[in-house]
Ligand binder design. Structure first.
Ligand code: AHR
Length: 503
């Protein structure tokens, strides 16, 4: 059995863990909003038509700030359609997802849902087919107390207090040829700078996120960040990263190492942002908003799901409804480890998405809501990762992957909350065949005991939770964990994700 060794010391802090690292993303896409969070006829629906079984699961998931309303959707979105009396709201074609948007749920309704789930709003403006004026109009509508045309319109629409939205995305994936209004880095950088300046003239305290690359594998990656930040460095606070991973061609070894790619992506964007900082002689630091990340079987979307036809614009079609397996959950948990390992520069992150659409929560119209396998690493990490993220010393065997060369069999990060006297360790074993015996040197933490241990693994790594078998996969206590003489030993099964809480 391979063995590995890990040392944890609370002196080696990466940085404080900002709660925004555990953010989510709700896009008007498929059955996310309609027949997902909103289903007025459902037996659990509240007076506003929101499913309370879904609200309970979102609360259990532990999601902080939620990005809205897209995604690709936002690049064709007229925000004015989504406010005012519902009966008068127009139906629109959503070109991004080839669907019909009814606008039954808009800004006011979504803000009310956010209050119910206990999360903050992070809003994206349309810089694909619209510009600075529409962005500042939406900001005025959202954040000005009253006495102007748009703030009074909000009040007339039933919301007296401003929405007071703090985080704003300046468009979505503007580097992607699929994006409505896709632009060159130079063109987008100029527009983003103008929109940001205008928005700050109105509300100087908003946090602004400029679009980085849609993935580290875009042909413009790196140069896009350099050019866009050269235009916007003084105007924005954060640059976005987006990344989705999937198992391709049966190459499970590379898939299990997806976090290696995420680590490299983050480090390259940090290097590029710091390069622009150096060239400008600036003292300001630009951090990352990793505002779309997940496992997504994109090949399946292009092959099976995609909707076409001039007469075919369905409402809330079943789109991007990936059903996640144990191996997907292990990769997903490892992506969260990567985010925590970069907590000094990743200020905010949004799991894409939340309900039905590449989501940890699934629903059936008129039926139940349930947890996908990926629900568990998110809810457990969000609950246990508190205080500071810690740099760990890891000695582990390696294996060879087609996509990333030689990679570690084990990945790990630790967290430490000095005030609460609690620590946590998050681990993956990427071996498809062998359990790993891990020895963790915890002496620097003082006298500690294991208070929780959870492992996700299964003899069938492709086991899933489905409508017919909703609890097939769940985390189990890992009772191999033992502490003696300042050392914790634990066995990590093949293809597994583990969290240990110490107090
Ligand atoms: O999350 C699904 C889609 O992925 C988003 O709409 C888009 O921003 C990205 O390409």
């Amino acid at each position: 059995m391979p063995s590995a060794r890990l040392t944890i010391d609370p002196h080696f802090s990466i940085g404080p863990i900002r709660r925004k690292l555990f953010g989510g993303f709700v896009e008007h896409l498929g059955r996310h909003v309609y027949d997902g969070i909103y289903e007025p006829g459902h037996e659990t629906a509240d007076a506003e038509g929101f499913r309370t079984d879904v609200i309970d699961l979102v609360r259990e998931l532990g999601v902080d700030t939620i990005r809205y309303p897209g995604g690709n959707f936002v690049s064709g979105f007229r925000w004015e359609d989504s406010v005012g009396p519902v009966a008068q709201r127009p139906r629109r074609l959503d070109l991004a997802w080839h669907s019909t948007e009814t606008n039954e749920v808009g800004l006011h309704e979504f803000a009310s849902w956010l209050d119910k789930v206990g999360s903050d709003l992070m809003m994206a403006v349309n810089l694909g087919t619209r510009g600075t004026l529409e962005a500042i109009d939406l900001l005025e509508y959202s954040n000005i107390a009253g006495g102007t045309a748009l703030s009074e319109r909000r009040i007339a629409n039933g919301r007296i207090e401003p929405f007071n939205v703090r985080m704003w995305c300046l468009g979505n994936e503007m580097d992607g040829p699929w994006q409505l209004g896709h632009r060159s880095a130079d063109d987008y950088g100029k527009i983003a700078s103008q929109a940001a300046k205008g928005m700050r003239q109105l509300d100087p305290d908003v946090q602004l996120v400029v679009c980085g690359s849609s993935s580290a594998h875009m042909p413009t990656f790196g140069e896009w960040e350099r050019v866009v930040l050269t235009h916007t460095y003084d105007d924005v606070d954060l640059i976005s990263c987006h990344a989705y991973y999937e198992e391709r061609g049966g190459d499970i070894g590379s898939f299990l190492a997806s976090a290696v790619d995420m680590d490299g992506f983050i480090e390259s964007v940090v290097a590029t942002a710091d390069h622009v900082k150096a060239v400008r002689g600036s003292s300001k630091q630009i951090d990352i908003s990793f505002d779309e990340w997940n496992v997504w079987y994109l090949e399946r979307y292009h092959g099976v799901d995609k909707i076409e036809g001039i007469d075919n614009w369905p409402i809330a079609p079943r789109l991007l409804e990936d059903v996640y397996s144990v191996v997907d959950a292990v990769v997903f948990g490892n992506l969260m480890i990567s985010l925590l390992k970069h907590a000094d520069r990743v200020a905010s992150a949004s799991l894409a998405q939340l309900v039905n659409v590449i989501a940890p929560i699934m629903t059936e119209p008129g039926g139940p809501a349930w947890r996908q396998t990926t629900f568990f690493p998110f809810s457990i990490t969000s609950r246990l990762a508190r205080g500071e993220a810690l740099r760990v010393k890891l000695d582990a065997p390696t294996y060879e992957t087609e996509a990333y060369g030689e990679v570690s069999l084990v990945d790990a990060v630790a967290t430490h909350d000095a005030e609460a006297g609690r620590s946590a360790v998050f681990l993956v074993n990427r071996s498809t065949t062998e359990p790993v015996t891990l020895t963790i040197d915890v002496a620097a933490l003082g006298e500690v005991a294991v208070v929780e241990s959870h492992t996700i693994s299964d003899d069938d790594v492709y086991a899933k939770n489905t409508l017919d078998d909703r609890e097939r996969v769940s985390p189990k206590p890992n009772d191999t964990a033992r502490i003696a003489g300042g050392e914790l030993t634990i066995t990590l099964p093949p293809v597994s994700w583990t969290a240990i809480a110490l107090a």
